[in-house]
Design a protein around this ligand. Structure first.
Ligand code: PA5
Length: 444
């Protein structure tokens, strides 16, 4: 299991303050597990690692194999919760450079997660002269960004392979019955996978939403689910002192009460970049409402120590860090010896880079805590699917408990609608006529 180290909070949170939160954390945990709190119809992620559809899981593995056999490129279309988890796991389990290394399965690109014409045209350029398939992921089927991207790539597919050929290359992950995408998929005969009704987008990485692209990347999704199932057993424990997901939730809430309103999720692994993006949505969208919440941000060290390091060490004291570390690197790499020693670093020659990375982490930990930044350290064994499954489940439970402790509904996202309404009005969507003039006046 991810192992939490709260030692570096001791100058910021006393033992009494910590144990005083136990009852509230246990109550929030009970509320989640008994499905008795706000948004309880979106808590299906709790049982998911044990109670998923095995028949659909087999279909995912077959579809992934088909994609791998017939495609040089897979385009995954989706946004928010229908995008971040798959990308996070693929990069964390393999590499942020996976598409360049490409030893296992198709190159994978993500579209429908922005509205940039340049970005979309560039992906189309990558697909020229290559065989490609599309996995479109949208619960509603009407989200603007993925819907526009799907129109574009569907047309490209049908031009290249004809309607019948394209049918073999379009895979839809959407609502089981409702929604436009499901209706079109059934009409066209595309294979479909289900976004469960009781799991919200940001909690859906272990459903077909994440699993199909992850499997297409050659990652063992069975191991991912085994890890998550082990984590489920661990974090079912109702006792605060024995449940680190509850303890993480409690520590965050105490730090917020002490004015630490920003949480910087840090890793020393570049392949963690997208996992941090997933985590930001998970916590940001779950907690940031009703004028409350911790603003989630992220950094990759040591890279960002050369950009954000000054602020973290010495700037406004309103942040804390959560550092996710991996004990084992996937590869061993020793520092070279240099006859001339012009950089003065021969004292490192022969040393494994993982050891140097670890010393950078420890040095930073001491510097930042001395600079007034509380640190929570989460240690994972390595970047393999099983450990990643555990980490995902840990964060999901901790997030839900933390949200309940904060007094919000962790499973809704009412604020996301505001920009959409304004955008639709400005684009002239029928029904939004009255809003258009008012918004244009504000922009003058
Ligand atoms: O977490 C969420 O609910 C959102 O991020 C959605 O996943 C996102 O807006 C995409 O929605 P849809 O899957 O309906 O296209």
């Amino acid at each position: 299991m991810p192992k939490l180290d709260f030692r570096y909070l001791k100058d910021f949170i006393s033992e009494e303050e910590f144990s005083a939160k136990a009852a509230k954390a246990e109550e929030a945990h009970r509320t989640l597990l008994t499905k008795s709190g706000a948004g309880n119809d979106f808590t299906g992620f709790v049982e998911l690692p044990e109670e998923y559809d095995r028949e659909e899981f087999s279909r995912i593995i077959s579809a992934a194999e088909k994609i791998r056999n017939q495609s040089d490129v897979l385009i995954v279309i989706g946004i928010g919760g229908s995008y971040l988890g798959a990308r996070a796991v693929i990069e964390l389990a393999t590499s942020s450079l996976r598409n360049r290394l490409c030893k296992n399965g198709p190159e994978i690109y993500f579209a429908g997660c922005n509205l940039s014409p340049d970005y979309m045209a560039e992906i189309a350029e990558i697909c020229e002269d290559k065989d490609f398939s599309v996995n479109v992921i949208s619960k509603s089927g009407t989200t603007t960004e993925p819907a526009i991207a799907f129109r574009f790539f569907r047309e490209l597919l049908e031009k290249k392979y004809g309607k019948e050929g394209a049918k073999e290359r379009i895979f839809c992950t959407t609502d089981k019955a409702r929604g436009t995408l499901k209706a079109v998929a059934d009409k066209e005969g595309w294979e479909t996978f289900v976004v469960p009704d009781d799991i919200g987008g940001r909690f859906s990485v272990l459903t077909p939403v994440g699993l199909l692209p992850i499997a297409a990347a050659g990652i063992d999704i069975n191991e991912l689910m085994v890890g998550a199932a082990e984590a489920k057993k661990e974090y079912e424990n109702p006792v605060f002192a024995e449940n680190e997901a509850m303890q993480y939730a409690a520590a965050r809430n105490i730090l917020l009460e002490k004015g630490k309103a920003l949480e910087l999720l840090v890793s020393y692994e570049p392949s963690f970049t997208q996992m941090a993006e997933w985590w930001k949505q998970l916590f940001g969208e779950s907690e940031g409402k009703d004028g409350k919440g911790i603003f989630p941000c992220s950094a990759i060290f040591s890279m960002d120590l050369h950009s954000l390091g000054q602020f973290v060490q010495d700037g406004t004291r309103n942040l804390f860090e959560t550092v996710v570390r991996f004990e084992k690197a996937q590869k061993k790499l020793a520092v070279a010896f240099d006859e001339e020693n012009s950089d003065g670093l021969n004292f490192l020659s022969g040393m494994d880079m993982q050891e140097i990375n670890e010393k950078a982490r420890l040095g930073t930990l001491v510097a930042h805590t001395e600079g007034g930044v509380p640190n929570i350290v989460i240690t994972c064994e390595e970047r393999n699917p099983k450990e990643i499954g555990k980490l995902i489940y840990f964060f999901e439970i901790a997030c839900a408990v933390s949200g309940y402790m904060l007094g919000v509904n962790p499973f809704n996202q009412p604020g996301v609608e505001s920009y959409k309404k304004n955008m639709f009005a400005l684009l002239g969507k029928p029904g939004y006529e009255d809003m258009k003039a008012a918004i244009e006046a504000k922009l003058d």
